[in-house]
Design a protein. Structure first.
Length: 253
């Protein structure tokens, strides 16, 4: 079953909350709120989504819900093929879930983001793709350094202790110590958990560099692999768990 999470950012505090889970079972799409929505309501007065007004319900549809489908570029747009190339999605994997997972589904009109649940690959490793975040806020020398990157070049994670908005912020740095931006915030907890087991077990590589005028949020695509330790489960905190009994997801279709 393919799975995505939906996160919401409080525009005042800039804190992010995982609030929902979207799954596709090959036939139907299902949406449920996760326990993170309770924290978003308590700490940031989050209001339940108009399209999903009941917190304790499994929503099911044979079509992708508008909240998510509106985050996909229309294939009729002249720049659609360029968009698919930016995402570097294999031709046989270009379904809506895969596109949302890679693009993040971000829009200028709201503060939602979607992201995939990492899966164990054929080599028994944690594997995920992501675009570097925050490049727009980096100095011009960082943007210039991105242009010089090589495919498969290794990038290094370093904690940004001076970040006033996120105590777990992880900078991505080149071997010659150029800061390029940030690892997505939703991966930080998993990465710290993995690093506790083995500080050398996380490997981040450059997968694609999209030149200007590609939108800056799609400029640098990376892939990350890490050792999948025994008893490790990605996004295992309570905030990511469905409010509704997960067994109902299997029977609601």
């Amino acid at each position: 079953m393919k799975k995505l999470f939906l996160a919401w950012q409080d525009s005042k505090s800039r804190h992010w909350f995982p609030i929902g889970q979207l799954t596709f079972d090959g036939k139907n799409y299902h949406f449920v709120y996760t326990h993170g929505v309770n924290k978003a309501q308590a700490e940031s007065s989050f209001q339940l989504l108009h399209s999903f007004p009941e917190r304790d319900r499994v929503y099911t549809s044979s079509e992708l819900f508008p909240l998510f489908s509106n985050r996909l570029m229309r294939p009729s747009r002249p720049d659609y093929q360029d968009y698919i190339q930016w995402l570097n999605i294999p031709k046989n994997e270009g379904d809506p879930i895969a596109i949302l997972a890679r693009s993040g589904g971000r829009k200028a009109t709201d503060t939602f983001e979607v992201f995939p649940c990492p899966e164990i690959n054929e080599n028994g490793l944690y594997h995920i793709h992501f675009f570097v975040h925050g490049l727009r806020y980096m100095p011009e020398c960082s943007i210039e350094r991105v242009k010089q990157l090589q495919l498969e070049e290794r990038l290094y994670l370093t904690r940004d202790f001076q970040n006033p908005y996120d105590e777990k912020a992880l900078l991505l740095r080149t071997e010659d110590r150029h800061n390029l931006g940030y690892c997505p915030r939703y991966l930080a907890t998993d990465i710290y958990e993995i690093l506790k087991q083995n500080t050398q077990s996380v490997d981040v590589r450059v997968e694609r560099i999209n030149p200007s005028p590609t939108p800056i949020q799609f400029r640098l695509l990376c892939n990350m692999t890490a050792q999948w330790h025994d008893n490790f489960s990605p996004f295992s905190s309570q905030d990511y768990q469905p409010i509704v009994d997960s067994t109902l997801l299997l029977t609601s279709s």
